[in-house]
Write a protein that binds this ligand. Structure first.
Ligand code: COS
Length: 383
């Protein structure tokens, strides 16, 4: 749902200019330094990027899902690591509190997330628990008016920097599956919360992940999200439903950028006496990528509109994540192919994007988990 088309267009134009003039010129520096330049971070805060999807009553812009998708498509046109810095505050780092938190939890934490005053993170994955999230082993044992957390969370985006964590932990050891899990808000400075060294990754340099280790970490009982035990797995799944649509939109943005890069290179580079773009086999690759990016865009916007209309979009969010993450992988592969030898060289953006996009098929639910969710829901609905 688009509330005010004119206002939204202004926002999209502003973001598009920021991406073109400030972020794209700094992509190589981001990758080399493995860090977002501090002045860009300040500009992102100033523009309100940390609070795009946070309701206005907490200081955000309160974008609807359709509006957020359009914004994510613009931001997708630059290195995904830029988005990671503020995307987590809008998405998996804040949504648990927003969707299921108590009014007090929302009032206390969300305004600081909206301004970027604090950075947030989402802790579900563990060393032995990835796709099978319901079997997580981190424990939270009640002790008076606190819970004591023990366990390790792995590959936690923003882990090295985050001030606030949404942590899924098992409060009922007798319930092995989803029912025994609760979600906690844990502040970064809590004694017993330790951070492992930053992971060394294939791509998305500038977005940092690490282990978060809980060692007898005492968390106030009032920090259990929603004030009730046993709801944490459902909270995590609801957060991921929204997150998957957002990531799908980012994939569409990246695909658009790669189509642009491929087209401009193909029109400039000459082979056999004519531009590459005159060769039909190159044209086929350009056309396939354009078509697939358009299909992704249409799919994401349809699912987003349905979510705004109040439909349960768990299946469609997985359909979009499945298609868009795989699609952008194919588009990146063709972009390298269109560039030929140049596409293998680090001075060309497509080489970096080729590595960056590989993560989309893995995080916020692998392609195989999306297939499982879609098929299971199909069978459930049919019976
Ligand atoms: N919204 C709300 N509730 C949901 C839900 C959703 N999207 N999906 C599941 N639930 C609920 C179910 O309704 C069920 O509730 P009841 O016990 O009351 O019936 C409960 O959660 C357990 O669901 P389910 O039985 O489907 O859990 P499973 O363990 O069988 O499988 C999958 C769930 C595999 C889909 C889940 O573990 C998953 O998404 N894994 C991937 C995790 C992931 O994306 N990790 C990425 C890292 S985080 S960036």
């Amino acid at each position: 749902m688009i509330r005010d088309p004119e206002l939204l267009q202004q926002l999209l134009d502003t973001i598009s200019r920021f991406v073109r003039e400030r972020l794209i010129p700094n992509e190589a520096c981001l990758a080399e330094e493995d860090a977002v330049p501090v002045e860009l971070l300040a500009e992102m805060k100033e523009m309100g990027l940390f609070g795009l999807s946070i309701p206005e009553e907490y200081g955000g812009l309160g974008l609807t899902m359709e509006e957020e998708a359009l914004v994510a498509m613009e931001i997708g046109k630059t290195s995904p690591a830029f988005r990671s810095v503020f995307g987590t505050n809008n998405g998996i780092g804040a949504q648990g509190i927003l969707i299921d938190g108590t009014p007090e939890q929302k009032a206390h934490y969300v305004p600081k997330l909206a301004t970027g005053e604090i950075l947030s993170s989402f802790c579900l994955t563990e060393p032995d628990v990835g796709s099978d999230a319901a079997s997580l082993r981190t424990t939270a044992v009640r002790d008076g008016d606190h819970y004591i957390l023990n366990g390790t969370k792995r590959y936690i985006t923003n882990g090295p920097e985050a001030d606030l964590f949404t942590v899924m932990a098992r409060t009922d050891p007798d319930k092995k599956g989803a029912g025994g899990i609760s979600a906690f808000i844990v502040e970064g400075g809590t004694p017993g919360l330790e951070r492992g060294p930053a992971d060394s990754k294939m791509g998305q340099k500038g977005a940092h992940t690490c282990d978060i280790i809980f060692n007898d970490c005492r968390v106030p009982a009032e920090n259990i999200i929603g004030g009730r035990e046993g709801q944490g797995f459902k909270t995590a799944m609801k957060v991921l439903d929204r997150g998957r649509l957002h990531i799908s939109a980012v994939c569409v943005g990246v695909a658009d950028r790669l189509v642009e890069e491929s087209l401009s290179y193909a029109m400039e580079r000459q082979q056999f006496g004519v531009p590459l773009s005159s060769h039909q086999l190159i044209q086929a690759m350009l056309a396939d990528s354009k078509t697939e990016a358009y299909a992704g865009r249409t799919m994401v916007l349809d699912a987003a509109r349905r979510k705004d209309a109040g439909e349960d979009v768990a299946t469609l969010a997985s359909c979009a994540k499945l298609f868009c993450a795989e699609m952008v992988g194919r588009v990146a592969d063709r972009a390298v192919q269109v560039h030929g030898g140049a596409g293998y060289m680090t001075e060309y953006a497509v080489e970096r994007f080729y590595r960056d996009v590989r993560l989309f098929r893995i995080y916020e639910g692998t392609t195989q988990i999306q297939q499982l969710v879609i098929a299971r829901n199909m069978v459930r609905e049919a019976s």
